[in-house]
Design a protein around this ligand. Structure first.
Ligand code: ADP
Ligand code: AMP
Length: 215
């Protein structure tokens, strides 16, 4: 199964990706995670990405398209499929992805679009925290760990908050993503691939709706 998951920052893409990967065994490809790994390793690409991410701007298309193309060409993608999370984020990236898929002989099955009112997203992002060991995502109020200070998934105890989840950066991230996402949704609607999901419901209810689509 080859899928895209779309939605504004904080809509719940990462949270639902965890659910999809666990239940459908596809390869999760998050461009945001790839950039954060490159930043942590202080590679040239990581340093370049950081200069954009810190300001809440998008990393240039050539760079982003390049890392996605390299990842999609790996053998496990043909075997188990993929779930692209946070890509495409511009219409140019959507067109680049169309070309890549043709070149690689891959076909998209669905685009899951998580819909939320932007007004609630600052709250979602400022309460987000992530397990440093396994990357599982939590929220201080809406989705805390079952045992305080212990990751439900891996049992480790160290968590972090993303610097770009600070309100000052979030505003620009939301503005940029709202502007860029409309033509992308339109593009995939024309192709008959978009499946809308109400992202303001409880996390489990959103997962049930996602499951109904994928089953
Ligand atoms: P994205 O990957 O789209 O940026 P995340 O999955 O990281 O979003 O979710 C952003 C924050 O909101 C996290 O703290 C997450 O725990 C929380 N969250 C995700 N889905 C919901 C939901 N349906 N209701 C309330 N909080 C949610
Ligand atoms: P995310 O983890 O998806 O919220 O992404 C974090 C940041 O990485 C974004 O705010 C962008 O700066 C950058 N980024 C992630 N995916 C893309 C993309 N497809 N195109 C451009 N920049 C991206």
């Amino acid at each position: 199964m080859n899928l895209l998951i779309m939605g504004l920052p904080g809509a719940g893409k990462g949270t639902q990706s965890e659910f999809i990967v666990k239940n459908y065994n596809v390869n999760h490809i998050s461009t945001g995670d790839m950039f954060r790994a490159a930043m942590k390793n202080e590679t040239e690409m990581g340093k370049l990405a950081q200069s954009f991410i810190d300001k809440g701007e998008l990393v240039p298309d050539e760079v982003t398209n390049g890392i996605v193309k390299e990842r999609l060409a790996q053998d496990d993608i043909k075997e188990a499929g993929f779930l692209l999370d946070g890509y495409p984020r511009t219409i140019e990236q959507a067109h680049a992805l169309d070309t890549m898929l043709v070149e690689l002989g891959l076909k998209l099955n669905a685009v899951i679009n998580i819909e939320v009112n932007p007004d609630i997203l600052v709250n979602r992002l400022s309460g987000r925290y992530i397990c440093r060991n396994c990357g599982a995502t939590y929220h201080k109020i809406y989705n805390p760990t079952k045992v305080e200070g212990t990751c439900d998934v891996c049992g480790e105890h160290e968590f972090y908050q993303r610097p770009d989840d600070q309100p000052a950066t979030v505003k620009n991230r939301l503005d940029v993503n709202i502007k860029e996402s409309a033509p992308i949704i339109e593009h995939y609607t024309t192709l008959g691939l978009v499946k809308n999901v109400g992202g303001e419901q409880d996390i489990d209810k959103v997962s049930q709706d996602v499951k109904a689509i994928l089953d």
